[in-house]
Write a protein of this length. Structure first.
Length: 243
C-alpha cells in the first residue's frame, strides 16, 4: 500500500507512550520498512531530540538514509511525554528542552555529510545519500519552536491545529525566513490524527492546502484491523480528490 498509494510512511517515536501501552522502536520499524518499500519516504513524526540525543539521532538517520537509498526524513520535536523522559532522569523545563533541540539540530546538520561531498577534516561525520542531508522537519505549534523550525529546519509538521492557526503560524515561519534571508527549501506539512469520514478529510485538507500545506500525514488510530481499513478508505476515497 505504501508504494502504491502513499508517498511516505512516518512513525511516531516513543520509548514509552503510556504505562499500559507498548510501542515498537521507531527506527527499528523504519529499517524494516526500508527493505519492504522502494519509493516511499521513511521517517519519524516526531523524534524527541532531547531524549534521543543529537549524535545518536544523526547516526540513526544516516543509517536509514543509506539503507533506504536516500528516502529518510527526520521529524523532531522538543518532547512532551514526561513519563518516558523520567525513565532516564532527563525531564527538564520547556525552555531547556527547546534549547537542547535547537542545539541538537545544529549538531545533527554538522555531523551529516552526503556521500561524495568530500571529507571533513578533524571532525567525525556520518554519510548519507541525500545532499546536504535528509530533511529535518520540526513538529510544533509553540512560538519558541516555530522560531527554531524557521531558522534551522527544512520543514514544519504540526499536529491537530485548526486551519486558521496553521495559516498564521505558516505565515510566521515565512516572515522569519524572509527576515533572515534564508533561501534553503522548506516544506509545510501537517499531522492529522483521529478517524474521520472521507468528506471530513477532504474539507480539512482543502483548507490546509489553501494555507500553503504541501504534505499530510494521517494517523487514524484504532486497532490494527481498523487502522488498515482506514488507510484503505483514505487511499480509495480521499487521495484521488487531490491527485
Amino acid at each position: 500500500m505504501a508504494d502504491s498509494y502513499y508517498n511516505s510512511v512516518l512513525t511516531w517515536d516513543h520509548i514509552l507512550y503510556s504505562h499500559n501501552n507498548q510501542t515498537l522502536d521507531a527506527f527499528s520499524v523504519l529499517f524494516y520498512l526500508a527493505g519492504l518499500t522502494k519509493t516511499a519516504k521513511l521517517g519519524t513524526c516526531v523524534t524527541p531530540l532531547p531524549l534521543r540525543g543529537p549524535v545518536n539521532t544523526a547516526k540513526l538517520i544516516s543509517s536509514l538514509d543509506m539503507i533506504s537509498n536516500g528516502r529518510a526524513i527526520l521529524g523532531i520535536g522538543a518532547g512532551w511525554h514526561k513519563n518516558e523522559f523520567d525513565l532516564f532522569g532527563l525531564w527538564t523545563s520547556t525552555k531547556d528542552r527547546v534549547r537542547a533541540t535547537r542545539e541538537g539540530i545544529t549538531t545533527i546538520s554538522s555531523l551529516l555529510k552526503a556521500v561524495g561531498s568530500g571529507r571533513i577534516k578533524n571532525r567525525p561525520h556520518f554519510e548519507c545519500i541525500q545532499s546536504p542531508h535528509p530533511p529535518i522537519w520540526v513538529g510544533t505549534k509553540r512560538p519558541f519552536m516555530i522560531k527554531v523550525a524557521a531558522s534551522l529546519a527544512d520543514g514544519w509538521i504540526p499536529s491537530n491545529i485548526e486551519s486558521d492557526e496553521y495559516h498564521l503560524l505558516a505565515d510566521r515561519i515565512r516572515s522569519i525566513r524572509k527576515a533572515k534571508k534564508i533561501e534553503r527549501n522548506f516544506s509545510f506539512g501537517y499531522h492529522m490524527s483521529g478517524s474521520r469520514t472521507p468528506s471530513s478529510y477532504i474539507k480539512k485538507i482543502d483548507d490546509l492546502e489553501k494555507a500553503g500545506c504541501e504534505f499530510i500525514a494521517i494517523y487514524p488510530g484504532g486497532d490494527q484491523e481498523n487502522y488498515l481499513a482506514s488507510l484503505g478508505t483514505f487511499a480509495k476515497d480521499v487521495i484521488p480528490c487531490f491527485s
